[in-house]
Ligand binder design. Structure first.
Ligand code: ADP
Length: 497
């Protein structure tokens, strides 16, 4: 090769290098030049990303590289120098505004004719947004993992049954307690439907309709059912199905929890049996005491003994109160064991209300009891039981109102139903208590009501009786001003009488 050839060559190399540098400078956020051993940064053009170096500096590592990455950067440099090959690394840098960012940096060695490194030419790009995203993703994944672990621990260690259905009624999750109840492994049970997991057809069908309901209404439902446990035998369960909504607000699966309430049920049963037994046992002596009191009262009247007559009359009233209480308990226990049956007969509700009015006139005094005029309204119902509901509501109105106050009883038929109301001017009921009044044994704890005796079964009986007639019971109230209790029943049209 002649000297002019070599000059020509080196000119061409220079031109190519220029072009290359221009291209790199145009496409990178940062370009830099380093001494052969990287001890001196000869120049750095940082764009908007890193601070430019005005002149060569030797403390560039401290200035630009994040402490955590310095060792790694130095090791990668040493390896690049040793092999005279490209330096390439993604690492943290201190960016122009002083915060920490990420860069992807590459540098190539520029060699002289004899193959020695003259300098390193580097380019770096700002990969901070991508790294931040990756970090956020990793963080989110870690958190999701953590959450999952937490839920798994909760789901694995509870005696309650936890499960998820897909929209085809197949189980997509079942916790260990549920697998134990079925006596199955995850692989045997998950991915299968109710029938495959040992549910009887009626039971599977019932849950499938409930799932349909949850999907259609997006509402949670609750129920009670018995099921044969693989080792414990038949048990009673309380279950809740809830919709799981996707981002569009549509139901994508149904999550369920089920609790074994067999013991609660057994205790309840024992309590009911006990109450029923006690009430029965009390009834016999009470009946004979009542007849002795009645006999004695007759005698006292014949003997013109007014003091004894008065006392025996009061005793008779107290005995009647006791009988009502005992009958209440007996009714509750009959209801619980499904022994109450509704004897449907057609009758005119207005006529029944007249009877109730006449009866109330003899038993209630000291109150302004007003029966509104009611039009002839035919219903198909159990007359005795509806009469019992009237008596309960009216005696509550008396019990929870001051003497002398007014009690209005009315009924209005509209749209195929008749709505009955019993309105008082008594102490009223707070908003918190209103929805719970009809629960068995529920009594208001407020000081005023506390001193009035009762067992909290009257409204429960009313509500059960009305529900069994296809009606509703509810109450409205303004504490301190009074309450109105309502129930409604389907009306029978005259042509169907
Ligand atoms: P009891 O009267 O024996 O406690 P009930 O089932 O008849 O049982 O009533 C449940 C509760 O509802 C009562 O304890 C009382 O606090 C409240 N309540 C019922 N009727 C009225 C009313 N007319 N006014 C105010 N509170 C009432």
């Amino acid at each position: 090769m002649t000297t002019s050839d070599s000059a020509e060559n080196s000119k061409r190399v220079n031109e190519t290098e220029h072009l290359f540098r221009a291209l790199v400078t145009a496409t990178s956020d940062v370009v830099y030049r380093m001494s052969p051993d990287w001890n001196v940064m000869r120049q750095l053009d940082g764009g908007d990303f890193l601070t430019d170096t005005g002149e060569p500096i030797s403390d560039w590592i401290e200035k630009y590289i994040h402490l955590i990455d310095q060792h790694h950067v130095k090791a990668t440099i040493a390896e690049a120098i040793r092999t005279k090959s490209m330096f390439q690394l993604e690492h943290r840098v201190r960016i122009a505004d002083g915060s920490i960012g990420w860069t992807f940096s590459r540098a190539i060695p520029i060699l002289d004719d004899s193959g020695e490194i003259i300098e390193w030419f580097g380019a770096a790009s700002d990969v901070t947004p991508r790294k931040r995203m990756e970090e956020a993703l990793l963080h989110a994944r870690d958190q999701a993992e953590q959450q999952k672990k937490l839920y798994e621990i909760v789901a694995s260690n509870t005696p309650d049954l936890i499960y998820v259905f897909d929209l085809n009624y197949k189980f997509t999750f079942a916790n260990p307690a549920l697998l134990t109840m079925w006596g199955k492994t995850w692989d045997e049970a998950v991915g299968r439907g109710l029938l495959d997991n040992g549910y009887e057809p009626w039971h599977a069908e019932m849950h499938e309709r409930e799932i349909d309901h949850v999907v259609a209404t997006k509402e949670t439902i609750r129920g009670e059912v018995s099921f044969p446990h693989a080792t414990l035998g038949r048990r009673v369960y309380d279950y809740i199905f809830s919709p799981v909504l996707n981002a569009d607000g549509e139901v994508e699966s149904i999550a369920g929890t089920t609790r074994d309430i067999s013991e609660i049920k057994e205790n309840e049963q024992r309590k009911n049996d006990f109450i029923s037994m006690v009430s029965h046992e009390l009834k016999t002596p009470l009946t004979s005491v009542i007849s002795y009191v009645q006999l004695s009262q007759k005698r006292a009247t014949q003997n013109h003994d007014e003091v004894a007559t008065g006392m025996l009359e009061r005793a008779g009233k107290q005995l009647a109160k006791m009988t009502r209480m005992i009958n209440g308990f007996l009714n509750v226990s009959r209801l619980e064991s499904g022994q109450i049956h509704i004897d449907h007969k057609l009758f005119d509700l207005a006529a029944l209300m007249k009877e109730v009015e006449q009866e109330s006139a003899t038993t209630i005094s000291g109150y302004n009891l007003i029966f509104e005029p009611v039009k002839e309204t035919w219903v198909s119902a159990d007359k005795d039981k509806i009469s019992q509901v009237f008596n309960n509501l009216i005696s509550n109105a008396v019990k929870y109102s001051p003497p002398g106050s007014a009690i209005h009883v009315g009924a209005i038929a509209k749209g195929g139903r008749v709505k009955v109301s019993v309105q008082d001017e008594g102490m009223g009921i707070s908003k918190e208590d209103l929805p719970r009044l009809f629960e068995r044994y529920y009594r208001v704890k407020e000081a005023e009501a506390k001193h009035i005796s009762g067992f909290g079964i009257g409204l429960y009986l009313c509500s059960e009786i009305i529900k069994r007639h296809g009606g509703n019971v509810w109450a409205e109230s303004q504490p301190g001003k009074g309450s109105t209790f309502f129930f409604d029943l389907p009306v029978v049209q005259p042509e169907h009488k």
